[in-house]
Design a protein around this ligand. Structure first.
Ligand code: ZN
Length: 253
C-alpha cells in the first residue's frame, strides 16, 4: 500500500477522468492515501472538496511561490478558513523558486515566511517547494519551529543533513528514478528510514520509464522500488516506511 504524499488532482489535466481515476487508484493500484496539495486559493478549495468526497484523499492549503506576487490582503484569512476543515493536514505548497522567478524574490520570501507563521499558529506541517533557492529557504527556516517536508527533494547529502537536523522530512519524486540523477540517488540512499516520503507530484514529473507522460499516483510504486534498491530493502518495506512516515508527519490515524 502506498501514500502519495504530493499530488495535484485539482489540476485541469485531470478534468476528463478525475472521477474514475481516483477510485481506481485506491481499488486497483494500492494507493490508499493521497495528499492533494493546493497551490493557490482556488486549487486549495478544490483540494478540500476532493478530500470531502474521497475518504483516502487529504488536502493542504497554500499559495505557490510562483504566485507570491498576486497574493491579496485577505488571502491568508481564506487559507485559515480552509485549515479549519478536518481533512486539511498541511500548509502549502509554499517556499522559494529562483529557477523560474515568476514572482519577485522579496515577495516570495515574504509569502514563505507568512506560511511558516501560519504553520506555527495552527500547529500543522508545511509542504516546501524549493528550486535553486536552497540557501534562502534554509535561512528562513532558521526562524521556524514546526514540522514539514521538502517535496521533490533534489539536494545533496550535505543539504539533506541540514534539513534533517531541523527535524524536517524529505520527499522523493520522479527525478530519483532518472538515470543521470546521481545526487538524488545518493541522498535517497542516505536519508534515515524514518524520515523519507514518496510522491508523484502528478500531473508533473512522471518517473522512468514514463517520462513525458501525464503522471498519476499509479506510478508511485516506482519511487518505492527505486528507493528500496538504493537502500537495500524490499519494495514492500520502502512502501510501509514511507506510509508510516507520511502518516506521522500529517497526523493521520
Ligand atoms: Zn506540487
Amino acid at each position: 500500500m502506498y501514500f502519495d504524499s504530493h499530488a495535484h488532482y485539482n489540476d485541469e489535466r485531470f478534468n476528463g477522468d478525475r472521477e474514475t481515476l481516483l477510485p481506481a487508484l485506491y481499488e486497483q493500484h494500492q494507493v490508499t492515501c493521497i495528499m492533494n496539495v493546493g497551490y493557490d486559493l482556488e486549487s486549495s478549495r478544490q483540494a478540500v472538496m476532493l478530500a470531502r468526497k474521497y475518504p483516502f484523499v487529504y488536502a493542504s492549503a497554500g499559495i505557490h511561490p510562483h504566485d507570491a506576487e498576486s497574493i491579496q490582503e485577505g488571502d491568508y484569512a481564506c487559507i485559515e478558513e480552509l485549515l479549519r476543515e478536518d481533512k486539511v493536514k498541511a500548509i502549502g505548497e509554499t517556499g522559494l523558486d529562483y529557477h523560474y522567478d515568476n514572482s519577485p524574490r522579496q515577495l516570495q520570501k515574504q509569502a514563505f515566511d507568512n506560511h511558516l507563521r501560519l504553520a506555527e499558529k495552527w500547529n500543522m506541517p508545511v509542504i516546501i517547494h524549493e528550486r535553486d533557492a536552497t540557501w534562502d529557504v534554509l535561512d528562513l527556516l532558521k526562524t521556524y519551529h514546526g514540522e514539514g517536508v521538502f517535496h521533490c527533494f533534489s539536494g545533496s547529502v550535505e543539504t539533506a543533513k541540514q534539513v534533517l537536523d531541523m527535524g524536517l522530512y524529505l520527499s522523493f519524486a520522479g527525478p530519483v528514478t532518472f538515470k543521470n540523477a546521481r545526487r538524488q540517488q545518493e541522498t535517497a540512499a542516505y536519508v534515515p528510514k524514518d524520515r523519507f516520503l514518496i510522491e508523484t507530484d502528478c500531473p508533473y514529473m512522471a518517473p522512468e520509464p514514463f517520462r513525458g507522460r501525464r503522471n498519476d499516483s499509479s506510478f508511485v510504486y516506482l519511487m518505492a522500488e527505486k528507493i528500496a534498491r538504493l537502500k537495500g530493502i524490499s519494495k514492500e518495506e520502502a512502501a510501509a516506511l514511507s506510509m508510516a512516515n507520511a502518516k506521522r508527519l500529517f497526523r493521520i490515524e
